[in-house]
Ligand binder design. Structure first.
Ligand code: ATP
Ligand code: MG
Ligand code: MG
Length: 559
């Protein structure tokens, strides 16, 4: 479509916009729209406006504006501090309040709009249904002068909320209900974040959006499919304003073109600001940026990189088809990006002591190992080894099932990069919990060596050395909901009933190897065998590290 428009010289420059309402934090559905709008403009050498659709004073807030700017900078620009990818084109629909007002006056003067005084309920009743045409309002043919007078007085604050509205005069018998004299303006005595108490009448979305697009010279207005039935109204308003002289592109006969695409739906989560607000206000999560949230800020804190999220948007593609994307598609994107980027380290999440009884007392041996198996430029790290180690509790099993290759009583395992050990004794506390594994090591098995005649050891596990291990906290996340479509199976549709009570597991006694000791917040690692992790941007400090698990190494949700 865009290539055709450019070839036909309909436009010389593509201009798109990303138009969120600042009434909540952005979620991954918005990421799809951001990648599309910024992506298309970039591909064709165009521009994208960052527009706040702030026409409803009641629900909007500056905190949301700040978070939205940060999220778009991060996703498109690559970091929360990057230069604005919208090149100074930050716009607010509230900047156009005067134009919206003039546009309504123009329509009233043309006899294409009128001041209505039916109540909201009556308007609903008159509107008709899908199978029944609507009924014309008794105020529909109010004289133009009277409508103009009432509209001016609405603006002057003479009437209470709901007393009057302005409606377009289109067609009460239209098969498209949006065309049955839709409301364009209403009274709202509320203070607006940007314009304060200057206005007490506010335009409806369908009126404000198309005009904002036109004022900004947007060429392609890309929106989600629920607006498809609104397109005739979008076109009607702009067509009726062509002779108003108010907006340049309309006078020239090149109005913006609305085109729809399907919304992103993601399984095991909810994507609607209304529901996300409920999760935050009901304290089911720790705020908008909780790493379990599908918000862009939550996904960022969880440890996804902008590249991973952009890869996801590219992979799901753009179409008009309904979709319900599996969470594993998103997780795979994180794995693909982090596989290349994240240095490897050893981290033991749930430690149990392993003591090597034949190790020389007090001796510490240093192993030099690669930080990344395929990227030597990431350097090497020093891994101290001693006779007192921690290994992962799940890497020992007293009653191993068939095919268990890790440590068992009397069995062997290789400690990666170091030696093969044999477990001779299992020490337990009073409750029967394993507290220590007493082992011997074989000095001839150093760094992968297998001496002549010895059977090759199949199991290889990670470890850390007690004297230098860094204590840390690790937060392991699972899906926030237990159901693919939260709320769907419940009669009342209550999505909160499907919350997963075990979506957060905090491992306070974890250890990591000493090479990560002073690492700053927001650093990624692969804990070998355990997954990808990131130091938490809010709670992690050098000296008291907190890691979030971004994603496991493999998809263990194969269901
Ligand atoms: P919600 O329904 O979650 O409240 P919204 O559509 O009301 O979202 P806006 O702030 O109006 O949120 O959205 C800004 C832009 O993001 C719009 O162009 C909208 O179509 C797009 N968008 C919102 N949700 C999705 C989604 N799930 N998939 C794709 N695009 C989306
Ligand atoms: Mg909205
Ligand atoms: Mg919506």
């Amino acid at each position: 479509m865009i290539e055709r428009d450019l070839a036909e010289k309909k436009h010389s420059l593509v201009r798109t916009r990303f138009p969120p309402e600042p009434n909540g934090y952005l979620h991954i559905g918005h990421a799809k729209s951001i990648c599309l709008n910024f992506g298309v403009a970039k591909e064709y050498g165009g521009r994208t406006n960052m527009r706040f659709d702030d026409t409803n004073p009641v629900k909007e807030d500056e905190e949301y504006v700040r978070s939205i700017l940060k999220d778009v900078r991060w996703l498109v620009g690559g970091s929360v501090d990057s230069a604005d990818p919208w090149d100074g084109n930050t716009r607010y629909a509230s900047d156009y309040f005067e134009t919206f007002y003039e546009a309504a006056i123009h329509l009233i003067k043309k006899g294409k709009a009128y001041v209505e005084e039916l109540t909201a309920e009556e308007i609903r009743q008159y509107r008709g249904t899908l199978t029944e045409p609507g009924k014309e309002s008794p105020f529909r043919n109010r004289p133009v002068e009277e409508s103009l007078d009432l509209f001016t007085r609405m603006r002057n604050g003479e009437f209470e909320d709901g007393k009057y509205v302005v409606r377009a005069k289109i067609d009460m018998a239209s098969p498209n209900i949006n065309m049955r004299d839709p409301t364009l303006y209403r009274i709202r005595k509320a203070t607006h974040v940007m314009t304060g108490d200057k206005w007490c009448i506010y335009p409806m979305y369908d009126f404000a959006h198309c005009i904002s697009d036109a004022v900004e010279g947007i060429t392609h207005s890309l929106c989600t499919l629920e607006f498809e039935d609104h397109r005739p109204l979008y076109d009607w308003v702009l067509d009726e304003l062509r002779d108003s002289g108010l907006i340049e592109c309309l006078s020239k006969g090149v109005p913006p073109q609305q085109t729809e695409f399907s919304r992103l739906n993601l399984q095991y989560t909810v994507l609607s600001k209304r529901k996300l607000i409920q999760l935050v206000e009901g304290k089911h999560v720790h705020g908008w940026s909780d790493p379990r949230m599908p918000t862009i800020s939550g996904i960022r804190r969880r440890g996804y990189t902008p590249e991973a999220l952009r890869l996801f948007c590219e992979r799901i593609g753009i179409s008009k088809a309904d979709n319900n994307i599996d969470m594993s598609v998103l997780e795979d994107c994180a794995r693909e990006v982090l596989e290349d980027d994240a240095p490897r380290v050893f981290g033991v999440l749930d430690p149990v002591k392993l003591t090597i009884t034949n190790w020389p007392e007090g001796k510490v041996e240093m192993f030099e190992v690669d930080s990344h198996p395929k990227r030597p430029e990431l350097g090497i790290r020093q891994l101290p080894f001693s006779g007192s180690l921690y290994i992962e509790r799940e890497d020992f099993n007293e009653n191993p099932p068939k095919g268990y290759f890790r440590l068992t009583p009397g069995g062997d395992v290789r400690l990666r990069f170091a030696y093969v050990v044999t477990c001779n004794e299992v020490v337990k506390d009073k409750e029967g919990k394993v507290v220590e594994l007493r082992c011997t090591y074989n000095p001839d098995t150093r760094a992968g060596a297998t001496p002549e005649g010895m059977k090759k050891v199949k199991g290889i596990i990670h470890w850390v050395s007690q004297e230098s291990a860094i204590p840390c906290e690790v937060r392991v996340y699972d899906r926030l909901f237990n159901a693919a479509a939260p709320g769907k199976e419940h009669e009342d549709g209550d999505f909160l009933k499907d919350l997963n009570p075990d979506s957060l597991k905090i491992m306070k006694g974890a250890f990591v190897e000493p090479s990560v000791k002073d690492c700053e917040a927001g650093k990624h690692f692969q804990f070998e065998r355990m997954g990808y992790f990131v130091t938490d941007t809010e709670d992690s400090k050098p000296g008291s590290l907190v890691f979030n698990r971004v994603v496991t190494l493999r998809d263990n949700w194969a269901s």
